[in-house]
Design a protein around this ligand. Structure first.
Ligand code: F6R
Length: 242
């Protein structure tokens, strides 16, 4: 695991973007695993900027997002499909038909989960998986629990996750209580994982994930078992690391 701490945002963002750009420069058909949330926003903006300068093309790339809320209309501003369109897809030359976000409105969610895993199996592995981490150590929406699912599945979001995500909605009650998420096994199949973490409120989760025991009570700690993880931290997020 390669842990990089940054003193300023610009270096953090540029380093994250460079990892994706160099992958696409050497392998234009790369399969990207993408996350939503605040952590990758700056990196996506930088990718758009680098694309506009002609430094990177997404025209042959494919993408798979980690998760999506259950029951939120796909065109709702807070759906993860809308997030990806707004922050990245609408501003680069990616073929939308090759961008994938789990369908949280599928009539049969279990079948949707199986189909998502089949697509990943047929078209993967993911070359580079972007991750953020929840304050409770979740990755994707794999919440701390006595056991974790390997494949894509429907999850009941924990109260702390609903509260953390309420900032994107008018009120707490508007946050969907369930999501479809790739499982830990699916996430760990990626060839490379890039974990982006910003802010002091994540410092404890970062310490538990990177220096604590590997435990399902901190899903991100399972990243310790992956051979190729790069962690990008700002000073706040890295402040409790040894
Ligand atoms: C988002 C996702 C979540 C977030 C995590 C951190 O697709 O899967 O695990 O990465 O909740 O969110 P932010 O970056 O908003 O702090």
């Amino acid at each position: 695991m390669n842990i990089l701490k940054f003193h300023n945002d610009e270096d953090f963002i540029q380093t994250g973007a460079n990892l994706i750009v160099s992958l696409l420069q050497s392998n234009p058909k790369a399969v990207l695993g993408l996350a939503t949330g605040s952590s990758p926003v700056g990196v996506y903006a930088k990718l758009v900027e680098m694309h506009n300068k002609g430094l990177v093309s997404f025209s042959k790339a494919a993408s798979y997002n980690l998760d999506e809320y259950v029951g939120l209309p796909v065109d709702h501003p807070q759906s993860y499909r809308s997030f990806m369109n707004e922050h990245l897809f609408n501003h680069v030359d990616i073929d939308l038909a090759r961008t994938h976000v789990p369908n949280g409105n599928a009539a049969d969610l279990d079948a949707e989960c199986l189909a998502y895993d089949k697509m990943l199996e047929d078209n993967g592995p993911v070359d580079l998986q972007i991750l953020g981490i929840g304050s409770n150590g979740h990755i994707g929406f794999n919440e701390p629990d006595a056991s974790l699912n390997s494949g894509t599945h429907v999850v009941d979001l924990l109260e702390e996750t609903l509260e953390a995500n309420a900032r994107f909605f008018d009120k707490l009650e508007d946050v969907p209580r369930q999501a479809v998420t790739m499982g830990i096994g699916g996430i760990l199949k990626a060839r490379q994982i890039v974990l982006l973490v910003r802010g002091e409120e994540k410092a404890e989760a970062v310490r538990n994930a990177l220096e604590g025991p590997i435990t399902t009570q901190c899903p991100a700690s399972l990243l310790q078992s992956h051979p190729n993880v790069v962690v990008l931290l700002d000073e706040g997020a890295g402040k409790w690391l040894k």
